[in-house]
Design a binder for this molecule. Structure first.
Ligand code: ATP
Length: 344
């Protein structure tokens, strides 16, 4: 289903939970709504579902304005974080529920339920009740139940939030493959950036009721368009004194400009280890932390603090070591503008 949202607003009293949000979603896309708690993600999802009516703006499905259509006529399936399975029903009956409501024959229902049981890897579990299933299995039942009536749009609100970290990672991959296979347009809410980056075709970053940026995970990571997006996605440090960084003189000339620097944009080496040493800053190693696949190194360049990674193959650094530092790329911003600068 192709979705257009135009100038969507939602106020609760004089609080503006969603402000002037517009976007398009193409048929078959998997979209992640990502942002801090209270930003308005769930409110947007509920308005798409018809569970909440917009204060103003238009919601258009397939070229048709649906603002006044009740939820059951919008062709939507839901998956919530707390599974919301019917506890007194078996897996089979949970999945069949939406089909019974549609008054399908027993045979049609059986065929559809068994297709979904196969698709979601729940064969053999049809006669179990919710309490006899693991969290991951319950969420797969919730997914099968949502898909059973063949909705045009699937809405998922924090679908992995209540699941253990390890199973969550498996379930994410599973869900992405499933959604691709079924080809259904889907939108999921999350506050976990790794989840959004791994799962979504496109991410919409929502903060304080506004849509900050929409794009592929890579585009958002590489070319953030607002300081909020730059600092929310990925790891970074913010340097207030841009003049302390070599090669950013033009930025330093603009009052109030700060630099946001990601760990991977920084090259470090012991004296002699780094090329272009003449362009490098002198820094002091403050702390090192082992992270399994690399070291995290905290540096001090005068009063400026930077964070970067160091691979395990290189000599181990120690707190107090003097190192050379090259900053290859920075996201620069002030009250008027933001831009990315590369230092080659
Ligand atoms: P979370 O990740 O915590 O679920 P969210 O981004 O989904 O947050 P929303 O649930 O959409 O955010 O809430 C946005 C804001 O609107 C919050 O400040 C919330 O308190 C407020 N809000 C939501 N629903 C209502 C309501 N029915 N009445 C009053 N305020 C509400």
């Amino acid at each position: 289903m192709h979705i257009e949202v135009r100038n969507l607003n939602k106020s609760f009293g004089d609080f503006h939970a969603v402000q002037d949000v517009s976007f398009d979603i193409k048929k078959g896309q998997l979209i992640g709504l990502l942002g801090p708690s209270g930003g308005g993600k769930t409110s947007i999802l509920r308005m798409l579902a018809g569970l909440e009516s917009p204060s103003s703006g238009d919601i258009v499905f397939h070229g048709k304005r649906v603002n006044d259509l009740p939820p059951q006529e919008r062709g939507i399936g839901f998956v919530f974080q707390n599974y919301a399975l019917f506890k007194h029903m078996t897996v089979y009956d949970n999945i069949a529920f939406g089909l019974k409501v549609k008054k399908q024959t027993k045979e049609q229902i059986r065929e559809r339920v068994m297709t979904l049981v196969e698709l979601t890897g729940l064969k053999g579990f049809e006669h179990r009740y919710a309490h006899q299933l693991s969290g991951g299995q319950r969420q797969r039942v919730a997914f099968a139940r949502a898909l059973a009536p063949e909705p045009q749009l699937l809405l998922l609100d924090e679908p992995f939030a209540a699941i253990d970290a390890k199973i969550r990672t498996e379930l994410r991959t599973w869900l992405k493959e499933m959604i691709e296979r079924v080809g259904i347009t889907s939108i999921f809410v999350t506050h976990d950036q790794d989840e959004a980056i791994e799962v979504a075709d496109e991410i919409m970053i929502i903060s304080k009721g506004r849509l900050e940026q929409k794009g592929s995970p890579w585009a958002i990571y590489k070319d953030p368009q607002t300081p909020f997006v730059a600092s929310f996605i990925g790891e970074s440090t913010i340097v207030e004194d841009v003049g302390a960084l070599k090669g950013f003189d033009s930025a330093a000339g603009k009052p109030g400009t700060k630099a946001l620097i990601r760990p991977e944009y920084i090259e470090i080496g012991k004296p002699g280890e780094i090329r272009l040493a003449s362009a490098a800053l002198e820094a002091n190693v403050k702390h090192i932390h082992f992270r399994g696949s690399e070291w995290l190194v905290e540096l001090e360049v005068g009063s400026v603090k930077l964070v970067t990674y160091r691979s395990l193959e290189k000599d181990v650094l120690q707190p107090g070591d003097r190192v050379h530092v090259l900053v290859h790329r920075a996201y620069l911003f002030n009250d008027q503008e933001s831009w990315i600068q590369e230092n080659s």
